[in-house]
Design a protein around this ligand. Sequence first.
Ligand code: CP
Ligand code: NVA
Length: 314
Amino acid sequence: MLKKDLVSIRDLNVRDLGGIFTLAGKVKKQPHKFNQALKGKTLALVFEKPSNRTQVSFQVGMYQLGGNSIYLGPEGLGLGVRESTKDAAKTLSRYVDGIVLRTFSHKTILEMAGSASVPLINGLSDLLHPCQIISDLFTIKEKFGKFKRITLVYVGDGNNICHSLLYGCSKVGLNLNIATPRIYSPSPGILQESKSFAKKSKTNLVLFEEACDAVKGADIVYTDVWTSMGREKEAAQRKRYFKNFQLNKKLLSFAKRKCLIMHCLPAHHGEEITDGVMESPNSIVFDQAENRLHVQKAILMQLLLKVKSERLKA
Ligand code: CP
Ligand code: NVA
């Protein structure tokens, strides 16, 4: 059973994830069966950063479930400037049935979740991107039918995607290799926690500093941008550090011939991934993008259909 909020995969167990995958599979197969599931419900999307997939899939998802959504972009609430995050959360909780927040500091996500009496969904923070990785795990299950004895190799920045992959793979039992330049390695705290989850699920979790060593034996190679939203000033330095971490033909010659290619998107073609790799028959990046819709519909139903007994306490 999911908790009130979806802040991090760290807070979910294998059964929670399995429940989301099962429901998402049903929604994907027979979407019309769920077209009144969230009738009368409204979702607020509070986005302090740009978005295509997250915003559009949540808004279309709400519409397809018979509900409504409101987009509040960077010019909207002015969290912490126009009013405190706490007050904004309490006010929104009087109007809507759920909130998706995309922001910079992960503290803002925690603050909003702590003050809102309706479910808060983390739509990306500098630290984590749980919706993306839950959906990616669903995609992997679709492609391989299992997680056990599959190895995913993440090549690139130790960022929000990498952190959520650490939690997600270690929970479901997907072997994970991570290759980053040393100065861009993932958070030691998240790594340590994920190692304990991996021990429990009997999964390998290994860090590398050379991408070609990491991709040996890979079933899946996953990458993300070298410069995440909000870090644009570091772009030039990052390009220098990441130059040997590009997903290209040469790097993939070290992986299994049929290994699948994943990217959360948006992609910077010619930087972290070449056009050839992105457009190769093994690339499943647009299947990933599509599944954001089906998986988030499942998440919305699970969270928004819970009884809101706490709601008016705010
Ligand atoms: N992958 C992802 O979250 O894409 P957007 O930033 O476009 O939402
Ligand atoms: N790491 C990227 C992910 C975008 C979906 C960013 O935070 O910009």
